[in-house]
Write a protein that binds this ligand. Structure first.
Ligand SMILES: [Zn+2]
Length: 292
C-alpha cells in the first residue's frame, strides 16, 4: 500500500519514516496536497524510542502512513506512545486519528489553528483534497517549552516562530540532536507566512544558540537524513536565504537571481543539497515576498 515508505535509523534511538522523492510515483490521482508539496519534496516523520516508550514527532501525510509508523514501533516492542506535533500544517497531522488513544502534545497556537480550520480540513477544502476526517486535535498544549521523558531520554519541546507561528522543535540535550520540523528545510525553507519573515531571522538565531551537533528536518535529502542528518550550518544557511528574500522585498536583492546562484556557497560546501523540485518552492517564495 505504501511502496516507497522507508524507515531509517539516523541515531541509535531515533527512527525516520521517509516517503517521497520517487519519480513518477503518485499517492493519489488528481491534484492533491499529499503529492504536490509533501511527497514531491520528500517528507519524514520521526520517532524517539527507548524500550517500550516512544515519542512520534508528526503523524505524516495519511492515516496509512501513521498506521505503518505505529505498526513498526509496536513490532519493536513499543507499548506507550506520545505524539508531538511540529506545527499544524496538513502534511504533519494527517495521521493523528491513528493515535487517538495516545496523548497528542502541541503548542497552544497549533491547537488554535487546528480548531479554527477544522471544518475546512475535515471537508477537504482547506488546501483541497484529501480531507482529514476526523481531525483529531491535541490533548495537551504548552506555551513556550515542555520537557518530556521518553524512557530514559529527556526531550525538550520548544516553540519557535519560524515557517509557521506555531513551530515546535525537539531538542535532545544529551546528544545535542535537533529535530527541526519545518523550521529548517533542505533545499530552502518554504515561506508560508511572508509577513513574519523579519521575525524568523532572530528566531533562527535563537535556534542556533542551542548549538546542535546534528539536525533532522522533516523535509530534506533522504540520504543525508539516513546518515545522521545535517550539520549546524543548516540554521545560518536558512537565515541567509530568508535575508535574501527580505532583500527582494526591499529592493536590495534581485528577485531574478536563480536559486542555485542565491545559495551557491551553501551548495558548494555541502551545507545544502540542490533538489530540483525546490525551484517551484523558491518561485512561490519570491512571488510571496515581492507580490509579483
Ligand atoms: Zn511540511
Amino acid at each position: 500500500m505504501l511502496p516507497h515508505l522507508r524507515i531509517f535509523q539516523p541515531h541509535p534511538n531515533v527512527l525516520a519514516f521517509y516517503d517521497g522523492r520517487v519519480p513518477g510515483y503518485r499517492f493519489a490521482a488528481g491534484d492533491n496536497w499529499v503529492d504536490d508539496g509533501a511527497l514531491s519534496l520528500g517528507i519524514a516523520s520521526y520517532a524517539i524510542v527507548d524500550g517500550e516508550d516512544a515519542l512520534v514527532y508528526d503523524t505524516h501525510v495519511s492515516v496509512a502512513h501513521a498506521q505503518a509508523i505505529r505498526a513498526a514501533l509496536e513490532a519493536r516492542g513499543v507499548r506507550r506512545i506520545t505524539v508531538v506535533l511540529s506545527h499544524w500544517h496538513l502534511d504533519h497531522i494527517a495521521g493523528n486519528a491513528v493515535f487517538a488513544d495516545c496523548e497528542i502534545v502541541s503548542c497552544a497556537r497549533t491547537a488554535v489553528h487546528m480548531r479554527d480550520n477544522r471544518a475546512a480540513i475535515e471537508a477537504g477544502t482547506y488546501d483541497g483534497p484529501p480531507a482529514i476526517a476526523p481531525l483529531v486535535l491535541p490533548t495537551r498544549t504548552f506555551e513556550d517549552h515542555l520537557t518530556l521523558k521518553i524512557g530514559t531520554i529527556a526531550v525538550e519541546l520548544r516553540h519557535y516562530d519560524i515557517h509557521s507561528d506555531d513551530g515546535v522543535v525537539l531538542w535532545l540535550p544529551a546528544s545535542r540532536l535537533l529535530l527541526a520540523g519545518d523550521t529548517l528545510e533542505d533545499t530552502v525553507t518554504y515561506v508560508a507566512e511572508p509577513a513574519n519573515l523579519t521575525r524568523h531571522v532572530p528566531e533562527l538565531e535563537r535556534l542556533a544558540a542551542l548549538n546542535p551537533q546534528r539536525i533532522l528536518p522533516n523535509h530534506g535529502c533522504p540520504e543525508r537524513i539516513a546518515s545522521g542528518g545535517y550539520g549546524p550550518g543548516l540554521i545560518p544557511a536558512t537565515a541567509r536565504y530568508v535575508r535574501a528574500l527580505i532583500g527582494m522585498a526591499s529592493g536590495t536583492q534581485s528577485p531574478a537571481t536563480p536559486l542555485r546562484g542565491l545559495i551557491a556557497a551553501d551548495l558548494k560546501d555541502g551545507t545544502l543539497i540542490y533538489y530540483p523540485d525546490y525551484e517551484a518552492v523558491h518561485a512561490r517564495n519570491v512571488a510571496s515576498v515581492t507580490g509579483l
